[in-house]
Design a protein around this ligand. Structure first.
Ligand code: XIL
Length: 344
C-alpha cells in the first residue's frame, strides 16, 4: 500500500508532531499513521522548556525519552523543539524569588546550563534543534520577551553559541510563525546574517506554517522561502496546518451573542463540501510549492496527526472545532493526500 512518504520520496523529509498519548500507544490509530506515512517526528510539547526543566534544579526527561525511544524503534528522523522560547517557559527561568528580572549574568548562566544539559542529554539522537522560537515580530524588530528585556538582541547568538558548544555535530534552526510577513522576513534575514557574521552555526530556518483559508498569500510565503535560502540556509516547514474556519481575531469577544458564538464555530458537526474542497485545493497548492522548491526545502512537518488532536481546536477561541490537518477525525487521509499518493 502506497504511503505519503513514498509519494514525497527523497524530495524532503515528511514529518508530523506527535503527542504523548501517541507515543504511549494510547491512540494506536494515530500511531499507525505516524509509522506508515511519515519519516520524521517532533514532540508537540514534551521537549519544551517547562516540560524538561520545571524548576531550576529539576530536569524531567521521562516523556521526552519515551518520544526518542519511539522514534528510534521506528527509524524516524527526530528534531528537538525547542531550547529557548518565551512561551511555555517555566516561570522561574527569567525572574528571581521576588518576581524581579534576574541580571544578564544570571540569565546567561541559566541559558547555558539549560542548553548544555538538554542538548547533551539527546546527543546522537536528534538531527537538529529549534534553538530559538518566535523572537522576531512583524515590523522586523525583536519581540519584547523577558529574554530580550534582560539580554537584548544578544540572547539569540548566545543560544546558538551554547547549543553548538554542547554538540558541534547537531543542526541548529531558527523557527518562527507568520513568515510570509515582509517585515518579519527582513528581520529574520538580518538575524541569519548577524549569526553568520559572528561565525555562528545556523543550518535552517523553520517556517511554522500555521495557515488559514485567507492567509498567508502563497507568493509572500514563497518570497520568504527564497529570501532565507539566499542567505545560505535550508528552509523547513515545521508546523504545517491550515484552519478551515473563517479567521477570527485572537482577541475577539465571544461573550455577547449566540449568533456570534456560532460565527466562531460555524461548522460544529461536519465541514461543508464546498469548504472542504477549497481547503484541499489550497493545501495542494502549498504542497506543490514545497515540491517546486525541493532543492531548498529539507523537511515538511504537520503540526499533529489528525484533526481531532490539533491545537487549532480551541485556538484562538476556546471550543472551536477545526479541520486543519492531513488526516481527519476518523484517521482517513484528506482527499489531497490520497490524490497525491495516487498520482505518484
Ligand atoms: C502548541 C501545542 O500544539 C499545544 O498543544 C500547546 O498547548 C501549545 O503549543 N507554535 C509553536 C508550537 O512553536 O510549539 C505550538 O504548539 C504552536 C505554536
Amino acid at each position: 500500500e502506497l504511503t505519503l512518504k513514498d509519494a514525497v520520496g527523497d524530495q524532503f523529509l515528511i514529518g508530523t508532531a506527535v503527542n504523548v498519548r501517541q507515543v504511549a500507544g494510547k491512540d494506536t490509530n494515530a500511531t499507525n499513521i505516524v509509522k506508515h506515512h511519515f519519516n520524521a517526528i517532533v514532540a508537540e510539547n514534551c521537549m519544551k522548556m517547562e516540560e524538561l526543566h520545571p524548576s531550576e534544579d529539576v530536569y524531567d526527561f521521562k516523556a521526552a525519552d519515551d518520544f526518542v525511544k519511539f522514534g528510534e524503534e521506528n527509524g524516524l528522523t527526530m528534531t528537538g523543539h525547542v531550547l529557548i522560547w518565551h512561551s511555555q517557559c517555566p516561570e522561574w527561568f527569567c525572574v528571581d524569588k521576588n518576581g524581579k528580572n534576574v541580571s544578564p549574568e544570571v540569565l546567561k548562566q541559566r541559558m547555558k546550563d539549560h542548553i548544555y544539559t538538554i542538548v547533551n542529554h539527546f546527543k546522537g539522537k536528534l538531527k537538529g534543534w529549534d534553538v530559538v522560537n518566535e523572537a522576531i515580530v512583524e515590523d522586523g524588530s525583536y519581540r519584547k520577551s523577558k529574554f530580550y528585556e534582560i539580554l537584548g538582541e544578544e540572547f539569540i547568538p548566545l543560544a546558538f553559541q551554547y547549543a553548538h558548544e554542547a554538540d558541534s555535530t547537531i543542526e541548529l534552526y531558527y523557527n518562527d510563525y507568520g513568515m510570509d510577513n515582509p517585515g518579519r522576513r527582513e528581520g529574520v534575514v538580518k538575524l541569519i546574517r548577524s549569526l553568520k557574521e559572528k561565525g555562528l552555526r545556523i543550518d535552517a530556518v523553520g517556517m511554522q506554517g500555521h495557515m488559514g483559508m485567507d492567509y498567508p498569500k502563497i507568493e509572500e510565503f514563497e518570497k520568504s522561502m527564497l529570501a532565507f535560502a539566499a542567505e545560505g540556509v535550508k528552509v523547513m516547514i515545521t508546523e504545517w496546518d491550515m484552519s478551515a474556519l473563517p479567521t477570527v481575531s485572537r482577541t475577539a469577544n465571544i461573550s455577547d451573542t449566540i449568533a456570534f458564538k456560532k460565527a466562531l464555530n460555524p461548522y460544529p458537526d461536519a465541514l461543508p463540501d464546498s469548504v472542504s474542497q477549497a481547503w484541499n485545493a489550497r493545501m495542494k497548492q502549498f504542497f506543490e510549492l514545497f515540491e517546486k522548491h525541493a532543492d531548498i526545502v529539507d523537511r515538511v512537518t504537520a503540526w499533529g496527526v489528525t484533526d481531532g488532536d490539533s491545537w487549532k481546536n480551541g485556538f484562538p477561541i476556546r471550543g472551536r472545532k477545526d479541520y486543519p490537518l492531513l488526516f481527519d477525525r476518523n484517521y482517513q487521509p484528506k482527499p489531497f493526500i490520497t490524490e497525491m499518493i495516487k498520482e505518484k
